[in-house]
Every structure is written in C-alpha cells, then in structure tokens.
Design a binder for this molecule. Structure first.
Ligand code: GLU
Length: 372
C-alpha cells in the first residue's frame, strides 16, 4: 500500500498545540525546526504546503509568566494574541534557514462562509503559494473562540483544504492514527490503516466511549476528513513525532490512518465548486470563449463575455451560457455585476483604465470554474 501523499501535490498540514509546545513550557523550538526542515524538503519534492498551526496560547502563557492555563476565555484569547507573535517568529526564523518566507494568516470559520471573504482568502493563499511562501494559519482567537473551546483547528484545516482545493489534508497528532477502539481500554484495538472518508463506521470508532471528543479528539479529525473529502481531498491522520513523518509520507510510506476521498475525488472537487454557492447571475459568452472553456484548463476573460445579467458581487457564483442560452459552466467571479457590465468585451489589459483598479485579469479563474 502506497501513501496517498505520494501523488498529492498541494497539501494542508495541521499540527496541534501538543506537537509544537514543550509540555507547558512554551514553544518547542526544536520540534518547529524539524517541521520546517521537513516542509522545506517537501518543497524540494515539488509540493505546495500550507501549515495550520496552534500553539499561540501556550507561548502566550509563557511570555506572560502564567504557570496555569486560565479558565476565562478572554484570558486565553489575550494569551493567544501575545503568543501568536512568538509562534510566527519561531516559524519565520526556522523557515528562513531553508531560504523560505512565511506568511501569517488568521482565519475564522465565518470568514470562509462569507462569499467575498472566501474568495479574498483563496486568492491570497494561492498567490502566496505561487510566490513560494509558506502560509502559517491559525484561528483568529481575538474574534472567535472555537479552537480555544473545542480544540477545533482540525475543522479549520479541513475548511482551508476546501478553500484552496488541496489534494490532501495531513493531520499530525499525538496518536498513531485512528484505532478500531480506544487502545487504552481495549487491548484488541487495531490501527485502521485505510478507509474511505465519510464512512459512518469511522465516526462510531472515534466517538466511542472514552474518546476525547471535546478538545480536538479523534472525532473532530474524522469529521474534518469527511469535510475535506467534499472538495476531493484525502486525509491522513498520523503521529507527529514519528521520524520524518511528512517526508516519508510524501515518499509513499504509509504511516498512520489514510482516509481517501473515494473514487470520485476529481468529480467531487468540481461538484463542490458548482454546488457550493447559489447562482446569482448569468454571463453570456461568445463562441470563441465557449470553445476555449470546453477545451478545459482555461480561464474566462472579460473579452469573451457578450452580456451579463443579475445582481452578483465579487466571489459569487454565476452560470455561463453559450449564445443559444445553454448552460456550459459555473464559476466564482472576480468582479461584480456592475464592474462586469463595464469590462465585458474588453481585453484584460484595459480593466485598470476602465475601473481604476484591477483585481484579477480573469472574470473567472480556471480554478474557480466548473464545466457542466
Ligand atoms: N488557537 C489557539 C492557539 O494557537 C488555541 C489553542 C488552545 O486552545 O490551546 O494556541
């Protein structure tokens, strides 16, 4: 059995607090240096990597001289705000040694539910990846407390996987993977090496008595895998302290639990895009644009649009029609209806003169376009 990471190009790697901290003594610089070394190696292997990392509260407590984790959520939020500075400092320093820059991104679930913010976050992350930068994501604890309350960066990891349509989500944790039962209680428990994400049996195994459901336990990971599969991504749950876990996974060594998105990975990805948002308007395309889109792998440029209808905003979904009114594609637009009216039939180079600014040269980027 080969690890599904062997063929995955774009990865989201999620590391929990327990892996980046030194049991109560702030950040584990050595561990972070190790992640940086492994991720740098993945980059050399041609992979794109986005890191979702916790650890801010732990570092904040150290910086503030707090010996005990406070109970008040506002104090935990304050600690996260202080500690986030240290967290990104250490990541930046460690990645710098490998000639890589990092970028700090603080997100909330709501950011990804809001269409405009969704598209903005997506564009920023994709741009960072193109620039060869390693985005380091954490929950924005100042405004949201999901992770502080539930240990839920697993879900954020899955949402980011959907957002950038990553091929795989790697959840590194302090357990070897998913077991058929709680190994601390049941000696017959065995490691589940592979399964299909979303299989209800997995939820039963992970949610069984004694499992740590509350703070980022196995169940949130299983549910994160199910969510990641919605955009066609596979998930791996593995022990983070395992020697060179990421590099070996990428080399094809099966470590931990592999939850594959199933047969329909590519279809799921397109379907996810088409279904994800409500259709807010239509664009009518000329024959040339229809032909180009059908060839596949191409973006829709303003020049190929003959008419636009509806009251859509940037980041919303529109349906693309051919000259006979047949629907040929759906996609997320980079410009709202008012702007679209002004730039349609114009070459992209004129967008800036017409609007006074330019967001993207395409009306719909090929990655945001699902042919029907
Ligand atoms: N996002 C927070 C962090 O990075 C929460 C983790 C926690 O609750 O310990 O530290």
């Amino acid at each position: 059995m080969e690890s599904i990471l062997a063929k995955s190009k774009r990865l989201v790697v999620k590391v929990g607090s327990s892996l980046v901290t030194n049991s109560g003594a702030g950040l584990d610089h050595e561990a972070i240096a190790n992640w940086a070394q492994q991720i740098a190696r993945l980059k050399e292997m041609g992979r794109e990597v986005v890191l979702v990392s916790s650890g801010a509260v732990a570092e904040g407590m150290l910086r503030l001289g707090w010996k005990k984790r406070p109970h008040a959520v506002h104090e935990l939020q304050a600690a996260a705000a202080v500690g986030q500075m240290g967290l990104v400092q250490v990541y930046e320093t460690c990645f710098r040694k490998h000639g890589l820059h990092t970028a700090q991104i603080l997100l909330t679930h709501d950011d990804l539910a809001d269409r405009k913010r969704y598209l903005n976050a997506r564009t920023t992350l994709r741009t960072l990846l193109e620039l060869n930068v390693i985005p380091i994501i954490n929950e924005n604890d100042t405004v949201v407390t999901d992770e502080i309350r539930f240990g839920d960066n697993d879900t954020l990891g899955a949402l980011v996987t959907n957002l950038i349509e990553a091929d795989a989500l790697v959840i590194l944790t302090d357990q070897k993977g998913l077991f058929s039962a709680d190994p601390r209680k049941d000696p017959s428990a065995v490691l589940i090496a592979e399964a299909i994400a979303g299989d209800p049996e997995l939820e039963k195994m992970a949610g069984g008595a004694g499992s740590d459901i509350g703070r980022g336990g196995m169940l949130t990971k299983i549910l994160a895998a199910k969510r990641a599969a919605r955009s066609g991504a596979h998930t791996i749950i593995a022990w983070g302290r395992e020697e060179q876990a990421l590099v070996r996974l990428a080399e094809g060594v099966p470590i931990g639990t592999q939850l594959s998105a199933g047969q329909m990975s590519t279809a799921a990805r397109k379907q996810w895009l088409a279904d994800h948002l409500q259709v807010r308007g239509t664009l009518t395309l000329d024959d040339g644009a229809v032909r180009v889109l059908r060839e596949g792998g191409k973006s829709l440029l303003p020049i190929g649009i003959t008419a636009c209808a509806g009251n859509f905003g940037r980041g919303e979904v529109v349906t693309c029609l051919d000259g006979q009114g047949r629907e040929i594609a759906r996609g997320l637009v980079n410009y709202g209806a008012e702007e679209a009216q002004k730039i349609l039939r114009h070459p992209s180079a004129e967008i800036e003169t017409i609007l006074g600014y330019v967001d993207e040269p395409e009306m719909i980027h090929r990655d945001n376009l699902a042919l029907l």
